[in-house]
Write a protein that binds this ligand. Structure first.
Ligand SMILES: C[S@@+](CC[C@H](N)C(=O)[O-])C[C@H]1O[C@@H](n2cnc3c(N)ncnc32)[C@H](O)[C@@H]1O
Length: 234
């Protein structure tokens, strides 16, 4: 049987395929992990939902970025929207340290961080709790036998729809044409999500209010053309 986006792991157990650590961190970054991360880290209790109001002590709108990499996009959005509360998810420790450096440098007070598999956080988030969700350049896993590792599939599409508030927005990007088709198949099958594209420019061009990511810059430098998707939660 051909593997499609319906093939995906269940949402409630940890499934991490990428590496969690890279090169040895400089002392400054190690200090940020030891001192700043504990103040910003989201810790889940087994089987308990997350209370979004407890994150920032109020009911501000929440934007979520899954797999923020080095945090360039997340930190820029947080600086541009100080009234929004941001949750960043990234299991790669060096990426977390890079975001922490941006938070410290920019004195950003509106970011919380989850350092594990995004599926665990999705499962803990209440219905309609997130106003905007970014999944930018998730690992493409281009080999057919690795397709089941892809983060976007029908199971996560259903979770995206569940946690998004009505009118909320899901934004995705990839530079892998096969993954783009796979994402579309999974997301178009989700009846609570409406694809916002009206013309080719809508999926060929990055939304103007969305700063580029590190992976995106590399893809463009290598001559690959990313594809962008925006979906509205009905
Ligand atoms: C190709 S990189 C892109 C990073 C960043 N979004 C960018 O565009 O520069 C994919 C990121 O997803 C993260 N990732 C992989 N599996 C994940 C998971 N289960 N939950 C959250 N993030 C994950 C990886 O650690 C990696 O940093």
């Amino acid at each position: 049987m051909a593997a499609g986006p319906e093939a995906g792991p269940p949402a409630r157990r940890r499934v991490l395929y990428g590496r969690r650590r890279g090169h040895r961190l400089r002392p400054g970054r190690r200090r940020l992990l030891a001192e700043l991360l504990p103040r910003l880290e989201i810790r889940l209790r087994e089987g308990e939902p997350l209370d979004p109001a407890a994150l920032f002590g109020d009911r501000r709108p929440l934007w979520l970025e899954i797999g923020f990499g080095d945090g360039a996009h997340l930190a820029a959005q947080a600086a541009a929207h100080p009234g929004i509360g941001f949750i960043g998810v990234e299991p790669f420790v060096n990426g977390v340290a890079a975001l922490l450096a941006r938070i410290e440098r920019g004195r950003l007070a509106n970011i919380r961080i989850f350092t594990d598999d995004a599926r665990l956080l999705l499962a803990a988030l209440p219905d309609a709790s997130v106003a905007r969700l970014f999944v930018l350049f998730p690992d493409p896993w281009p080999k057919r036998r690795h397709h089941k590792r892809r983060l976007v599939n029908r199971a996560t599409a259903a979770e995206f729809a569940r946690i998004l508030a009505p009118g909320g927005e899901l934004r995705l990007a990839t530079d892998d044409a096969g993954y783009a088709r796979w994402m579309l198949e999974a997301l178009l099958a989700e009846p609570r999500l409406d694809w916002l594209a009206e013309r080719a420019a809508d999926w060929r061009e990055r939304p103007a209010d969305q700063p580029p990511t590190r992976y995106e810059r590399k893809a463009l430098a290598a001559g690959r053309r990313p594809i962008y998707f925006r979906f509205r939660r009905l």
